[in-house]
Write a protein of this length. Sequence first.
Length: 99
Amino acid sequence: MSEELIPINILIADRTYRIRTEAKDEEVVRKTLKVINDKIIEFKIQFSGKDMQDYIAMVVIWYATQAAAEDIDGVLPDAAVESLIKIEAQLDKALSPTP
C-alpha cells in the first residue's frame, strides 16, 4: 500500500504551487525543482527577452532530452515513467484554472 501523501509547496519559475507527494519522494521532488529552476535561470541569461512560458518550454525539452539520452535502451524504467506521470498530473492540477 502506498504511503500517505503529504502537501508541499513548490516553486517553479517564480510561481508557487501546492502539491501532494509521498514523504519518501519529497527530497527527489525538491532536487528536481532545483535543477528545473536553475535551468530556467540559465536559459533566461542565454536567451534574454523571451517570456517565462518560453523558458519553461525550453526546460521541458532539455529535461526530456536528458532523460532520453541517459537511457541506453530507449525506454525509461517503469519507476521513472510513473514518477513523471505523477509530477505531470500534479502540475496539470496546479496549473488548471479553478472554476
